[in-house]
Design a binder for this molecule. Structure first.
Ligand code: SF4
Length: 297
């Protein structure tokens, strides 16, 4: 009988020795299950060319099934970023800052007060605050303790009072009573870091100096794999590289609104989200694409 055509005999142990077929099938099935569906932005990985069959002396010695090359995912692929921006434009075409304000100064105060608070909470406080102290000079004339009761409900009221009064004094003494429209100068104001500076420069002065990185922008940028960092300055740098400068102001507002409406911190509303098939976030509540464990915040 030709070698290779002999039927395999049962082993003496009562079970077939060699490759544990059942175990192999289980492993394959679980691997298929865990593979999931890839988003459209996977790139073919560079693999060495492996012939699917070896022919020697006119005989096929071995035949390997041709498999599709492994896909390598690039979250910053230009097509993916363009698609994210397009869908955000459709979803939030003309959103802006939710803090009520009538001037650069009012926006600056409201932004300082919004730290560790909600815009809604700040908007409850500021109308009365600006009626009581209608100019930057009126704030500059206060001692921080005088301001504390007016802003108490926004939280961290002692530090915030110190920042607002300190900023008012510096604006009056160094900038002629006008909020500076320059990144370097605005950062010299007490209580003003890049987030506040970007809100005021972008929203009031329409200057694209950077992106606003707040809790929503941090969370969603990480879920969408636009950054791997948890550090606000680094996140801003990553976004500045990924997003075209002309989109920085609007993108910041769109992501903040997305964070309030759909991509909320706990139980994001993924089934309603137009970015769903572009998003591989580890804590998605519903998904048609594979999940990336590292896409977490
Ligand atoms: S799919 Fe879910 S996690 Fe991803 S951006 Fe949308 S709401 Fe956020």
């Amino acid at each position: 009988m030709v070698r290779g055509n002999v039927p395999r005999q049962p082993a003496k142990t009562g079970r077939q020795e060699g490759a544990p077929r059942e175990a192999a099938l289980k492993t394959a099935a679980s691997s298929i299950r865990s593979r999931g569906k890839a988003s459209p932005f996977h790139e073919p990985a560079k693999t060495s060319a492996v012939p699917d069959k070896k022919i020697l002396a006119g005989r096929v010695l071995s035949r390997k099934k041709k498999t599709a090359p492994a896909q390598r995912y690039n979250p910053l692929a230009p097509e993916r970023l363009t698609e994210i921006l397009k869908r955000l434009d459709q979803l939030y075409p003309d959103v802006t800052c939710a803090l009520q304000h009538q001037s650069a100064w009012e926006l600056l105060v409201a932004t300082i007060l919004s730290a560790q608070s909600t815009d809604l909470n700040v908007n409850r406080v500021t109308p009365e605050l600006f009626r009581k102290y209608p100019t930057v000079e009126a704030f500059a004339a206060l001692a921080p303790e005088q301001l504390q009761p007016d802003i108490y409900s926004t939280g961290f009221f002692r530090n915030k009072a110190k920042s607002v009064v300190g900023a008012a004094k510096k604006i009056v003494s160094d900038f002629g009573g006008q909020v500076p429209d320059d990144m370097e100068k605005i950062l010299t104001l007490p209580g003003v870091a890049r987030k506040t500076a970007n809100v005021v420069l972008g929203t009031w002065f329409k200057k694209s100096e950077g992106l606003v990185v707040d809790t929503h922008v941090t969370r969603i940028s990480r879920r969408l794999e636009l950054t791997k960092s948890t550090d606000a300055p680094k996140i801003e740098q990553d976004l500045m590289k990924a997003i075209p400068r002309g989109k920085w102001i609007l993108f910041s507002h769109q992501i903040i609104w997305h964070g309030r409406k759909l991509c909320v911190a706990r139980r994001p509303r993924c089934a309603e989200c137009p970015l769903e098939n572009l998003c591989h976030a580890a804590d998605k509540t519903w998904s048609t694409v594979e999940i990336h464990k590292s896409a977490t915040w």
